[in-house]
Design a protein around this ligand. Structure first.
Ligand code: COA
Length: 540
């Protein structure tokens, strides 16, 4: 593969201006992630109480389980951001992937310093998403349970539907049956919904003095039966390990629990992260020749100005080397083979509008990757498919649909990163959430919506005026309509709005992208080969 020659002038005024805007974006991201870790109204008091009880903070718990040299890929750290008066920083749950004895595990850990670890809608969505990632990537699940179950004031949004609480238990039982171990450590008062997580686990450890499991806590028992009973007598570690058998092991401290958990993990017969199943061509990794830190000067501070995606690819892939497919055709999409952390991957990237030729080229390239069992990486920066009479006459609707159908039917592992705009059907053709990428991450400069705020302002104002059937509108009224529409679109296309609602698996810093993708590809490579069967490559 040939090394890319950059055209970026790192000494230019534009580069400096972009870098300054990028650094301001990163400062906001880091501040908001810190808020998820320890921010929020009354959180100091909850944290102090948690520590006074001798309990360990949720992220430290995970650190105590994973290998000393293991990375931890935290998912959706900003779930819940800005919702319900920010009462649920991080949505009250930490999920992510870390190694135990070299084997990747999915961690699902309640944060008891956020509303007693109870789950509101974004929390349950985060829990479900972590389980779905585990199932798709063949990961066992470790539950660090410290949860009051459903957040009762919003029970209608977390309890009854398919992907609500019941769906988490369904997934637990199904994964267990599929040979993906489900292990729990009970670290707090686990009531009702919280109780079924350990009860449905393959093996359970309880920590004395803090871990409790009961279907109904002491207040419910008192109300229902008139019985007055102490928490440990109702569902403590000793009762459940020696009498009920709900728990398998009893330990005195959290440190002891995590040591025992690591020992149990050694008995699960799972494949290590560095063992490849052999279907994906993987060689020794090589860092990019061009510095990933320069990405900050390449992304335009003005989101309406495109930037050359070649320059981004070159800073993400091994040796900054890649082999572009059909480079002289359909230039609004780049299709190229490259390696990330040694793994062969087909990259599809764009920087603006998708024209018919580009859609056809991408369809052809997806078929090639499918035929060769090469994972696909989509780098989204698109305002959508081309509109206008010429484009319609050229058949943009059917050409775009070919690309969308090819993405939907590709059985190779797919990964998506929003590096800029994700607008309209461009979101679909470039493997948005609805198209089953194994992971979807976004950069803090990204935007996601049916259309950009500028366009929406014009389109929706026209629709609104049309609906008013010729009624007189003053300049002020018109300005107010425009401002309202723009405001709505700006708010809803903001990456924090998106990540809060789990439309992605997290906002990541652009310089971390290569390592994140390396881990995702390693997970795919240790799993089974993509479905076999005839794979036809149609020339488009
Ligand atoms: N729904 C709504 N809020 C809940 C909750 C739940 N299921 N569980 C805990 N909370 C809230 C508390 O109201 C409190 O909120 P505040 O900080 O705004 O005052 C906060 O979480 C901490 O709860 P608290 O009881 O003070 O903490 P604790 O550590 O002493 O006890 C629990 C934690 C989880 C054992 C206890 O809160 C509990 O038993 N909760 C009810 C569990 C339940 O009945 N669940 C049924 C689910 S179907």
């Amino acid at each position: 593969m040939r090394q890319f020659t950059t055209a970026i002038d790192t000494g230019s005024a534009r580069f400096a201006e972009n870098l300054a805007a990028y650094e301001a974006d990163l400062a906001i991201l880091r501040e908001r992630i810190q808020f998820a870790i320890d921010g929020g109204r009354g959180r100091e008091r909850s944290i102090a109480r948690h520590l006074d009880r001798g309990k360990v903070m949720v992220r430290e718990r995970i650190d105590m389980v994973i290998d000393a040299e293991s990375p931890f890929l935290e998912l959706s750290s900003l779930a819940g951001f800005g919702q319900v008066d920010d009462a649920f920083p991080g949505a009250g749950i930490v999920t992510g992937i870390g190694l135990v004895h070299g084997v990747p595990w999915m961690f699902i850990a309640n944060d008891a310093t956020v509303k007693g670890g109870s789950l509101f809608p974004a929390g349950i969505k985060k829990h479900v998403r972590a389980q779905d990632i585990a199932a798709e990537n063949g990961l066992g699940c470790i539950y660090l349970v410290d949860s009051g179950g459903a957040f009762l004031p919003m029970q209608d949004e977390v309890f009854p539907d398919k992907d609500h609480f019941g769906g988490t238990f369904y997934r637990q039982a199904r994964m267990s049956a599929q040979g993906l171990p489900q292990l729990s450590v009970v670290l707090g008062g686990c009531t009702a919904g919280g109780a079924y997580v350990p009860a449905l686990s393959d093996e359970v450890i309880m920590v004395e003095g803090i871990g409790r499991i009961f279907l109904g806590g002491p207040p419910i028992v008192k109300a229902a039966l008139g019985e007055i009973v102490e928490p440990d007598d109702l569902g403590g570690a000793e009762l459940h390990t020696r009498e009920s058998g709900v728990s398998d092991y009893r330990v005195s401290t959290e440190a002891e629990a995590y040591g025992l958990l690591r020992t149990i993990c050694e008995t699960t017969n799972l494949t290590r992260a560095d063992q490849s199943a052999g279907w994906l061509d993987s060689v020794a990794p090589e860092p990019p020749a061009l510095d990933p830190a320069e990405i900050g000067g390449i992304i335009n501070a003005d989101t309406r100005i495109p930037f050359d995606a070649h320059e981004i690819i070159a800073r993400l892939v091994d040796g900054s080397r890649f082999t572009e497919f059909k480079p002289e055709y359909g230039a609004s999409i780049i299709c190229t083979f490259a390696r990330v952390w040694g793994h062969l991957v087909g990259v599809i990237a764009n920087d603006g509008i998708i024209f018919s030729e580009a859609a056809l080229k991408a369809t052809h390239f997806i078929e090639l990757c499918e035929q060769r069992s090469i994972p696909l990486l989509f780098l989204q920066n698109t305002s959508g498919y081309m509109v206008g009479r010429d484009s319609e006459v050229a058949g943009i609707a059917k050409h775009g649909a070919k690309m969308v159908a090819a993405v939907a039917n590709a059985r190779v592992p797919k990964f998506t990163v929003l590096i800029g705009g994700s607008y309209g059907a461009g979101n679909y053709g470039m493997c948005g959430r609805g198209f089953g990428p194994r992971f979807l991450f976004a950069w803090p400069n990204s935007r996601i919506a049916t259309m950009a705020a500028d366009t929406a302002e014009t389109v929706l104002t026209d629709i609104r005026l049309g609906g008013m059937k010729g009624a007189e509108t003053t300049e002020d009224e018109l300005a107010a309509i425009r401002a309202e529409i723009r405001g709505q679109y700006e708010e809803q296309s903001d990456p924090y709005y998106a990540t809060s609602r789990l439309w992605d698996d997290g906002l990541i810093e652009p310089t971390a992208t290569r390592d994140v993708l390396g881990l995702c590809l390693a997970l795919a490579a240790r799993g089974p080969a993509p479905d076999q069967g005839d794979k036809i490559v149609y020339r488009m």
